[in-house]
Design a protein around this ligand. Structure first.
Ligand code: WT7
Length: 643
C-alpha cells in the first residue's frame, strides 16, 4: 500500500491567506460553533440549510428514518428548476450569465438566467404538450456537454420527470440497459459531438440502443449537422421547443419525489441506478457549494466534469445554479488542440474557481509547466479536486503552478451515492494538507472503523463510514431496495459504508485511500471489475477473465485483464485477439472501460473454493512480488501466461 506510506510522510500544512479569510462565506469565528452544533444536532443544522431553498409548501417533518430509507423535509413542496431559475429573476441575477458554453472549436454561447429560463420553459412546455411527459415518468438524456443538456435536465425537473443522464461515452448496450432499467419514455440526444476535432456520431448509438427499448416513445434529437435525417419516432429538439411559450409555471414537487437516477458501478452484476430525491438533494448541494466553493456573486465557476457524472449534476447544474452563479461548461478535450487548452479557457473567461480531477492535474503536470505559464490566470482564487485521492506531488503542483500559492485547494471527497460533498476543507477556515480531504462538512458524521465497526485510533487504517443520515443521500437503488441495503447498510450495523479505506491523523484529518472492494477508479470514475469481466466472457474466444486495477501514475488505476482463451491450442495471432478483446469491451461498455493491457493466460490463481485471488493478480499486474498469504491457492502456478 505505497499510497498510504506517501501520505503518512506528508506533514506540510497550508493556512488560507488573510485576504481570503477576510471575505470567506463561513468565518473562522463561526466555524467551531457551527461545526459543534451540527455534530450535536445534524437534523437541526440541515433544517437551517433547507431555509436557503425556496419552498412552495413548508415541510411538516424534517426527518424520517426507517433504516436504510431516509425521508427529509416530509410534506414539503418545491421545484428544483424554480430554485435554479425563477427565483433569480426577481433580483439582478436575472441578467447575469447562468451558463457560458465553449465548444472545442472555440465557439462560445452565453446565456443569462432570463435566457436560460425561457429555454427551459419552452422545452418543459414541449415535453408536456408534444411528448406527453408527466410527473413520475423517466427520461434519458444522452447528450454532449452543451447548454441544451442543462436545459433538458432543468425542464425535466420543472415538470417532475425524473431524468437519467447517461454519459455520452457509453456504448449502445450500456445505454439500452440503463434506458430499460428505468423504463424511460423519452430519450434526449444529439446527432453528434466533437472530440479532438472529429465529429462523433451519437445518434447511431442511440438508434441501436432504442431498437431494443420497447418503452421508448420518442427520441428527441438536437441536430447540429444539417445533413442529419430523422425518421420514425425521432423529432428534432429545435422543432418541438421553437414555437413554445417562453413561460411555464413550475410544478410543486414533493420533497421526496425522485429528481434523478444516475448509474454507478458496484462489485457485482449490473450498474446500480442510484436514486436521488428533490428537497434533501437540493439542500445538500446548495449548502456545500456555498461553503466549499465560497461562492460570491461575481465568481466565474468552472467544473470540468461532464453532466454524465454526479459531479456534473451537483456542481455544474443544481448546486451552482441554485446559488445564482455563472457556470462555465466546455464541450471538448481539455488538452486539445494544444496542451494548454484548459489554462487558455480559464484565463480567457476569467475563471475564479476551477474544479477538476487529479487525473487531469497529473496529465497537465506531465505536459510541463510552460503551458500554464503562458496564461496569467490572475482571476483564479480557489481550486478544487474530486474523484480519487490526489497525490501530494500533484497537489503541490496545482497549488504552486496553477494557484501561484494564493488559492486554497479544496480536495473534496464524496460519491454518486452521497449526492454532495462530504469531506472537504472549508476554505478560509480549515488549513489544508496535501493529499488529505481534511474534515467532514458540518452535519456529516464521518468516521473510520475497524472490521468490527469500532472507531479506529489516530493513523490506524480502516473503513470509512457515515454515522448519521444526511439530506442528499441516495434513497435507494432503483428497483432493488435489497441491494441498496446489502451494498451500504449491512457491513456495519447502523452505519453507511462507503466502500473506501481511510485513516485519520492525530489532528482528525481524513486521508482517503480509495476503494476496498472489487471496484476500480479510472480517471476519477468507478468501474465494476465484474462488468468488464462479463463483457470479456461474452466474447466468443474467451473462456474466463479476471480484471484488476493496479495503480497508474496518470489515471489513478489502469485496467488490466487476465484472460483465458477458449481454444488455446489453435491460437495463432495473439495480438489480433488482444485488439479484438479491447474493441469488444469498448463496444459493450464504452471506451472508458477499454482494458489498457490484456494478459492471455492458461491459469488464474484461485482459492480451493474457486474464488479468483485478485490481490495476487493485482500485485502481479503492478510488477510486485506477492507477499501475504497464498496458502489457500489451489493452483501453485500464479499465472501461466501464454506469451
Ligand atoms: C469514489 C466515488 C464524487 C464524484 C466523482 C466520483 C473516490 C472521490 C475523492 C477524493 C479520494 C475520492 C472514492 C469514492 N473519490 N473523491 N477527494 N479523495 N477519493 O464519483 O464515481 O461515485 O466514485 O471516488 O473512492 O468512493 P463516484
Amino acid at each position: 500500500m505505497s499510497q498510504i506510506e506517501t501520505v503518512l510522510k506528508e506533514t506540510r500544512e497550508f493556512a488560507p491567506s488573510q485576504e481570503f479569510v477576510a471575505r470567506a462565506n463561513l468565518q473562522p469565528s463561526e466555524y467551531q460553533r457551527v461545526f459543534a452544533e451540527a455534530a450535536r444536532n445534524p437534523i437541526q443544522f440541515w433544517e437551517g440549510a433547507a431555509r436557503n431553498i425556496d419552498w412552495f409548501q413548508p415541510w411538516q417533518k424534517t426527518f424520517e428514518w426507517k433504516e436504510p430509507h431516509a425521508k427529509w423535509f416530509v410534506g414539503g413542496q418545491l421545484n428544483a428548476s424554480y430554485n435554479c431559475l425563477d427565483r433569480h429573476l426577481k433580483t439582478d441575477t436575472k441578467n447575469k450569465l447562468a451558463l457560458i458554453w465553449e465548444g472545442e472549436d472555440g465557439h462560445t454561447t452565453r446565456l443569462t438566467y432570463q435566457e436560460l429560463f425561457e429555454r427551459v420553459c419552452q422545452l418543459a412546455n414541449a415535453m408536456e404538450s408534444k411528448l406527453d411527459l408527466r410527473a413520475g415518468d423517466f427520461a434519458a438524456i444522452y447528450m454532449p456537454l452543451v447548454p441544451e443538456a442543462v436545459v433538458t435536465m432543468l425542464a425535466c425537473a420543472r415538470i417532475g420527470v425524473t431524468h437519467s443522464v447517461i454519459f455520452a461515452g457509453f456504448s449502445a448496450h450500456a445505454v439500452r440497459d440503463r434506458i430499460n432499467d428505468a423504463r424511460c419514455k423519452v430519450v434526449f440526444t444529439a446527432d453528434e459531438t466533437y472530440r479532438k476535432g472529429q465529429p462523433l456520431n451519437l445518434i447511431s448509438i442511440v438508434r441501436q440502443a432504442v431498437a431494443e427499448c420497447p418503452g421508448v416513445q420518442h427520441t428527441v434529437v438536437l441536430t447540429r449537422n444539417a445533413s442529419t435525417h430523422l425518421s420514425g419516432r425521432e423529432v428534432a429538439y429545435q422543432a418541438i421547443s421553437e414555437a413554445q411559450p417562453k413561460t411555464h409555471t413550475a410544478k410543486p414537487i414533493d420533497a421526496e419525489h425522485p429528481l434523478f437516477v444516475l448509474y454507478t458501478s458496484g462489485t457485482t452484476g449490473k450498474p446500480k441506478g442510484i436514486l436521488h430525491t428533490t428537497g434533501g438533494y437540493l439542500t445538500g448541494v446548495n449548502q456545500t457549494a456555498r461553503w466549499v466553493f465560497d461562492l460570491k456573486p461575481n465568481d466565474i465557476y468552472w467544473c470540468t466534469a461532464d453532466i454524465g457524472w454526479i459531479t456534473g449534476h451537483s456542481y455544474v447544474v443544481y448546486g451552482i445554479l441554485s446559488l445564482g452563479m455563472t457556470s462555465l461548461i466546455y464541450e471538448g478535450v481539455l488538452n486539445h488542440p494544444h496542451p494548454g487548452r484548459i489554462w487558455e479557457i480559464a484565463d480567457r473567461h476569467k475563471v475564479t474557481i476551477l474544479y477538476t480531477a487529479p487525473t487531469a492535474i497529473r496529465s497537465f503536470m506531465r505536459a510541463g509547466e510552460e503551458h500554464p505559464n503562458k496564461y496569467p490566470m490572475a482571476s483564479l482564487r480557489l481550486l478544487g479536486t474530486v474523484g480519487e485521492p490526489i497525490n501530494p506531488e500533484a497537489w503541490i503542483w496545482y497549488q504552486q503552478t496553477i494557484g501561484k500559492g494564493r488559492c486554497p485547494i479544496v480536495d473534496t471527497w464524496w460519491q454518486t451515492e452521497t449526492g454532495g460533498i462530504m469531506i472537504s476543507p472549508i476554505p478560509g477556515v480549515v488549513p489544508t494538507k496535501p493529499g488529505s480531504a481534511t474534515k467532514p462538512f458540518p452535519g456529516i458524521l464521518a468516521d473510520i472503523v475497524d472490521e468490527n465497526g469500532k472507531s479506529c485510533g489516530p493513523n490506524e487504517g480502516g473503513y470509512l463510514v457515515i454515522k448519521h443520515p444526511w439530506p442528499s443521500m441516495a434513497r435507494t437503488i432503483l428497483g432493488d431496495p435489497d441491494r441498496f441495503r446489502d451494498a451500504y447498510w449491512t457491513r456495519f450495523p447502523g452505519m453507511y459504508f462507503t466502500g473506501d479505506g481511510a485513516h485519520k491523523d492525530a489532528q482528525g484529518y481524513f486521508w482517503i485511500k480509495g476503494r476496498v472492494d472489487d471496484v476500480i477508479n479510472v480517471s476519477g470514475h468507478r468501474l465494476g471489475t465484474m462488468e468488464i469481466e462479463s463483457a470479456l466472457v461474452s466474447h466468443p474466444s474467451v473462456a474466463e477473465a479476471a480484471v484488476v486495477g493496479p495503480p497508474d501514475e496518470l489515471k489513478g488505476q489502469s485496467i488490466v485483464a487476465f484472460v483465458i482463451p477458449k481454444d488455446i491450442a489453435n491460437l495463432t495471432d495473439l495480438s489480433a485477439l488482444e485488439q479484438s478483446l479491447k474493441r469488444h469491451v469498448a463496444n459493450e461498455i464504452g471506451a472508458i472501460a477499454r482494458p489498457d493491457r490484456i494478459l492471455l493466460t492458461r491459469t488464474l490463481p484461485k482459492t480451493r473454493s474457486g474464488k479468483i485471488m485478485r490481490r495476487l493478480l493485482k500485485d502481479f499486474a503492478a510488477g510486485k512480488t506477492t507477499s501475504g498469504d497464498t496458502t489457500t491457492l489451489e493452483n501453485p502456478n500464479l499465472v501461466d501466461l501464454i506469451k
